[in-house]
Ligand binder design. Structure first.
Ligand SMILES: [Zn+2]
Length: 506
């Protein structure tokens, strides 16, 4: 196995220092297309039960795929198809003829566990992507003191972070890292305080929640400390918490944070206030751990590193046509040819071995932030994440199908019935919030009906837990005379809409 060599230490330079990150875009594109051929990803995919049937039907022969125009003959692979194959396939059959080194489990975006195989050839690539992301959020040459916070199901989990640690061990770089998950998360933070961790890796909503908890617990903890040891120092600390509003930044010394799993902009201000850290948004999933997509210190979108994936975008106009006519096959354009400001669904191809993603429609709506060189010097194009483009309702870490919500609302029957509804996704502070507009058929029993609806919503896996733990705001039910504007451009009902606050936070 070959591991990447150590990146040269060059003091505190914060811009791109690596030549592979500043090459002209056409060179990066050539490198991307070379990897598509030389990584063998298409041959691996052909043997995978995920692609085998649809590729045969479309007559795809990996040996004939030489250019991007050959590549676009390959059919898209959707998240729904992927879920169905994973549910029906024995793990041993999933990786085709690849030797699997280990498996990574993830609860996935909808809470259903998935097992993702990692092959021999994948390990170095995952480590390289992890290293790239961590290096972006840590000054080169500086010792890496790193705290990773995971989360158990029904939240997404990311066990591949261990590979990120391993890459620094291999390079003999000074690191001081720890990884924790709920429920020992708060204890972990006090441990991190002793370690003097400088970089945090977490879901942004979890980090904000920690910030709130620290503020709430600070006074009690100081009093406890004073009761244990009654000295002047502890007395002053206790007294101070009564006059100073203690924030997480008074307790911890994080300088930077690497955040993924949810769009970061709504949380950025709260993270700055709580921890006084610089937040770096990253994007990824367990299935695409080979791919490096992360913000630089100019914070003008996340760089999509073209030597780790082949990114494409299905423009919104094409998605709209597909909504009108489900038989329509939308066209994608490569990210490097997309115009600044274009929004559409992200389509990713990885260069993986055991679990290749080829033209995978990620179901996330993104915006192109630029394909010209960034102020940091890097030439890899930049994107930002807007929201889901499919039928998944995303409340940050809690995600569920709109059809699940629909079935819960249809089951409401004791205190009246719901004639029509629309879900507006917004935020209360930074917390994702469901604002459900309801036209009821028996408006007289509103209070009881409201309670019944809320109970039904609470039955959705993870919702009650997230609400009680303060990860999401309590849902609000608003009774209305009529529900207008539920039709999109295509004239179809839009049951879910996004409010401006959803993107920015209050
Ligand atoms: Zn940049």
């Amino acid at each position: 196995m070959k591991f990447l060599e150590s990146r040269p230490r060059r003091g505190r330079a914060r811009s791109a220092t690596d030549r592979s990150e500043t090459r002209p875009l056409p060179e990066l594109v050539a490198c991307c297309l070379d990897k598509l051929k030389n990584s063998g990803v298409l041959d691996h995919a052909l043997n995978s039960p995920i692609y085998h049937d649809s590729w045969q039907e479309a007559g795809i022969d990996p040996a004939q795929v030489r250019t991007y125009s050959d590549f676009i003959r390959i059919p898209f692979m959707t998240s729904g198809h992927l879920r169905a194959v994973l549910a029906d396939t024995a793990p041993a059959d999933l990786a085709g003829d690849t030797d699997v080194r280990f498996w990574i489990s993830t609860s996935g975006t909808t809470g259903k566990p998935k097992w993702i195989p990692v092959g021999e050839g994948d390990i170095a690539n995952i480590m390289a992507a992890a290293k790239r992301m961590l290096s972006m959020a840590a000054d080169p040459g500086e010792d890496l003191s790193f705290l990773a916070l995971g989360a158990p199901a029904p939240f997404a989990s990311e066990s591949w972070i261990y590979l990120a640690f391993a890459v620094f061990f291999r390079e003999n770089r000074a690191t001081n890292s720890a990884m924790f998950t709920l429920p020992e998360l708060m204890d972990a933070l006090y441990f991190a305080r002793k370690l003097k961790s400088r970089t945090m890796y977490a879901f942004p909503s979890i980090a904000v929640l920690i910030g709130e908890n620290v503020a709430q617990r600070a006074a009690g903890e100081a009093a406890l400390l004073f009761r244990k040891k009654k000295n002047l120092r502890n007395f002053l600390a206790m007294a101070a918490t009564r006059v100073i509003h203690v924030k997480a930044r008074h307790v911890f010394r994080f300088r930077k944070g690497l955040f993924a799993g949810e769009p970061v902009p709504p949380y950025a201000k709260a993270l700055k206030q709580s921890f006084n850290l610089e937040a770096f948004a990253a994007y990824g999933s367990t299935e695409s751990a080979h791919v490096a997509i992360i913000e630089c210190d100019r914070h003008q979108g996340m760089h999509v590193f073209l030597d780790t994936c082949l990114p494409e975008i299905i423009p919104e106009a094409e998605l709209e046509r597909e909504r009108d006519d489900p038989a329509y096959r939308p066209h994608a354009i490569p990210l490097w040819e997309a115009q600044h400001g274009l929004s559409g669904e992200l389509v990713l191809t990885t260069f993986a071995e055991a679990f290749p993603l080829v033209r995978h429609r990620i179901s996330d709506l993104v915006r192109v932030e630029g394909t010209t060189p960034c102020a940091c010097g890097r030439t890899h194009p930049r994107i930002s994440i807007l929201h889901r483009s499919d039928d998944i309702i995303s409340l940050g870490l809690i995600r569920f199908s709109i059809y699940l919500l629909k079935s819960k609302l249809e089951a409401v029957s004791i205190n009246g019935r719901i004639g029509q509804w629309r879900l507006r996704l917004t935020r209360e502070g930074v917390k994702p919030k469901m604002l459900l507009e309801v036209r009821s058929e028996r408006p007289a029993a509103e209070a009881a009906l409201r309670r019944e609806i809320l109970e039904r919503i609470d039955e959705i896996e993870g919702v009650r837990q997230a609400r009680e733990n303060g990860l999401i705001a309590a849902p609000e039910i608003r009774f209305v005379e009529e529900i207008s504007d539920t039709r999109g451009q295509s004239g179809k009902d839009r049951l879910v809409t996004y409010e401006p606050a959803y993107f920015s936070g209050d």
